[in-house]
Design a protein around this ligand. Sequence first.
Ligand SMILES: Cc1cc2nc3c(=O)[nH]c(=O)nc-3n(C[C@H](O)[C@H](O)[C@H](O)COP(=O)(O)OP(=O)(O)OC[C@H]3O[C@@H](n4cnc5c(N)ncnc54)[C@H](O)[C@@H]3O)c2cc1C
Length: 660
Amino acid sequence: MLLRKVTQSPAICSSVLRLQPAFTGVQRQTGALVAAQNSRLYSSQAAEAVLDKNVAGRDAATTAEKVEKTALNVESKSFAVNMFKGQISTSQVFPFPSVLNEEQAQFLNELVGPCSKFFEEVNDPMKNDALEMVEERTMEGLKEMGAFGLQVPADLGGVGLTNTQYARLVEIVGMHDLGVGITLGAHQSIGFKGILLFGNPQQKEKYLPKLATGENIAAFCLTEPASGSDAASIKTTAVRSPCGQYYDLSGSKIWISNGGIAEIFTVFAKTPVKDEKTGEMKDKITAFIVERSFGGVTHGPPEKKMGIKASNTAEVYFENVRVPADCVLGEVGGGFKVAMNILNNGRFGMAAALSGTMKGVIRKAVDHAANRTQFGNKIHNYGAIQEKMARMAMLHYVTESMAYMVSGNMDSGATEFQIEAAISKIFASEAAWMVTDECIQIMGGMGFMKDAGVERVMRDLRIFRIFEGTNDILRLFIALNGFQNAGNQLKSLQKALKNPFGNAGMLAGEITKRAKRKAGMGTGLTLQGMVHPELNHCGELTVKAIEQFGAVIEELLLKHGKRIIDEQFVLKRVADCAIDLYAMVVVLSRASRSLGQGHPSAQHEKMLCETWCTEAHERVVQDIKFLRSGTSKQTFKNLRAISAAVVENGGVVSPHPLGF
Ligand SMILES: Cc1cc2nc3c(=O)[nH]c(=O)nc-3n(C[C@H](O)[C@H](O)[C@H](O)COP(=O)(O)OP(=O)(O)OC[C@H]3O[C@@H](n4cnc5c(N)ncnc54)[C@H](O)[C@@H]3O)c2cc1C
């Protein structure tokens, strides 16, 4: 009960891949659970949001009133939402969140030491990897520490941590053993998170205590053989019994983390639900809490995997499971929302864990570079190695900053952090991959050896770009979500134009903004007073990039209209810009805080921030230029045609240069 012993008062309780020189040649990454469905969902919403043409006949005065009201009502505090409109909302990003009060900070501080010690002295990642399971003593030790119930309220037997406190501890896990990390994460970050977020008091009281101690392990069951990214296409069914007291649930789920060891499952199934408007019966997704003890639940053998071998991954079969009606999680037919919320809520944890992974890997690279002599010099003295090390440090700085920015926003009660959370997941998983790859490069042949312990990390990391929303689908999610918000703004503007007199002030401001943007002039946006004076230049670069980004979003909306949904070549680049922009502002905020507080590492952070912002700005400018150019149209046409030919040919098209 190490972690639970110390109690907290209840009151408390491509961008990355678009890096320059050292990383050129690394392929830019271009949908998981949220995936296609999210893209589909957000696609249609975004499309509908674009230029509503049906307002002409309405009373102009009412329209004007509505416009102003809507504009007020839809004002979002999310930095990411606003940047798509070419606006800056600073409240969630400046100052860098400091959400822990003294008691919370002290409590957390008391947990960090024992948790680190446990992973250094008890857990053996290499053995777990070789055994393809988490060693029993580690599992028992983690249970005793309370590591299975970090965010379960203390009165239900958990440690009651905030998101920020949780992030700090999973960072330690990520530094040492991602296989253990997935065992713990599949349990609490997705496995029973639905009960925490959507459970009613009875469900919480019934399930959380045993889940918090690890007596019961949880799993999240969404993916099926024919339904991965396209989560809405699941075939598992749950049919309500005529008496109404239970559901008959049948179907099979694949690749379920903890699937072979879990007792409690959050299962997503299609249930017939009456459409309120039409009276028709429609299949909608509902979330259920399913106990293995209900009967009819079986699982397959542990999957043989590339990485995170210590974590259990298995198929789970549900055969006419009688699920009591009071095990519905959230609303009947509201399961998609439950799934998306669970995933959105957990993404910061992945960023935190992977920032820990990077820290550990950077240490290994440093140790090697500082001690290895070649050509008469320690290799860290060579520019080629220095650039790698510096970029690894920058990638870590951005990831860590994003993780705590998002967790801090969540702890402050922000409700709109979905784009930011998706960005942090993409960024962290790609940054950790690159950092680890470069660590191996710095270590040379030694890095390739099992004993060095980095090849395991590399294998473990690969899945992070695939599960909980593939990075490709999350990029679509980010871009389309952003387009949707920008489209709403444009729609309001269009409505305002119907009554120019009633909206004169608003229109004058918007027209001036666009004219200035077109002329390459500043639109009056500024981060001055927010960023530390020593970073004003970076602040200006960020503002300029946001202004240009907002302008190109509007151009793309006007050009493609609803068809923007199908423009994935464009959407990917838009998402890359969004990732870079958010990364810029996050590091600006953190480095500004360090400079303001006179932190010993402030000048170092300033360099990280300056270098990041300068290069990120350049990438955004290049992307925007490319999107506006005729070259992009031809390039996308070529890419489409090359892909189609390769697919048609069943492989590469060009003959071997030797002719055979
Ligand atoms: C080790 C491991 C553990 C897992 N744990 C769990 C778990 O605990 N619970 C659970 O429910 N699931 C789990 N999963 C499943 C995981 O979430 C899925 O693999 C993921 O959702 C992707 O689905 P898929 O593999 O079927 O790929 P697909 O959806 O078939 O996608 C294949 C490729 O096509 C791309 N793509 C798909 N649709 C589009 C589109 N519309 N536009 C552009 N590109 C597209 C994807 O980005 C991807 O690159 C796990 C998987 C693994 C490997």
